[in-house]
Design a protein around this ligand. Sequence first.
Ligand SMILES: C[S@@+](CC[C@H](N)C(=O)[O-])C[C@H]1O[C@@H](n2cnc3c(N)ncnc32)[C@H](O)[C@@H]1O
Length: 308
Amino acid sequence: MGYLLSTTENYHTKELNSLGWELTVCNALYPKNSPCRQILKNKASLGVNLYHFLKKYISFEDVRNYLEIGGGMGYLSYDFLEINSKLHATMLDISPYLLGRQKETLMKYEVNFELADVLKKEGNFFSRFDLVIMNENLGDLPALIPSGSDTTIHSEELIYYQNKAEHLSREYNLRFDDKEIINIGALTLLENVCLAGVKYIYLSEHSCEAAVPATLREFINIARAGFPEKISLKGHNEYTIKFSYLQKIAETFNYKVQSGPIADFLPLEINDKLTAILRTITPANDEQEIIQQFVYDLYKYEYLTIIK
Ligand SMILES: C[S@@+](CC[C@H](N)C(=O)[O-])C[C@H]1O[C@@H](n2cnc3c(N)ncnc32)[C@H](O)[C@@H]1O
């Protein structure tokens, strides 16, 4: 059984010149008049909701330097820096276009910006940070795709990641199925950050193990695939993440891990208007369609807080 390597490097370094078509939860919630804010209990951006949620687990007095990997438009960090003036941010991104957008968003703060592929960073790079944030980007990192054939051309990078998969499977007892897509970039990155001994780690991404609570199953339909699924987007493919593997890696390093859907910190204000929208089979307008997709994402996206 051979593998192919799926990467988004070329797309992010050479093609990407907008995030508009890829509406992340963070971007969807950013405009003050966003219809997505109106259906939440706390009608604020993702960064504001996340910061107040993390306060329960993270002692922010211990955090000075934090790293945000793949910060997109920079909105999450804008909120963190607005709320806590003692924080110092480093933004690392592979995309020159998005790093430029982050510079614009964060121009009133003293921030370090670094244009790099996070997987090319050595372990000691991470050890200077008290907190590492990875919001909606692990699905962009390389994945090993079973090819069903032994005649795959083995590039140096493919061999490197196949060896990595063997190492991770041995070290953390991850039992990859033969036909399973492996989130090799995400697993490698988390291992690197844990090896560096970073005290606080937060990550979120679309999950292949997400489940909807029983009370909402009549409105939201999420099939629990169990294995990473392909998501085709403009110019690249992403893969949903198998969170239980990430959790196993972090726990092997004796981190305390807490997981859940991002709806845990973006709870819905359930009322008749919202349930009517969620029940509608054919949305009547763009706003209803955006809300249906947003509510699905609140349960399809999971998070981990990983704490030493
Ligand atoms: C889907 S966007 C998410 C942006 C933002 N965090 C948000 O939630 O709106 C993915 C981000 O990860 C970055 N990214 C993808 N691959 C990367 C890599 N190998 N190293 C660093 N950044 C990467 C992209 O350029 C982009 O900023």
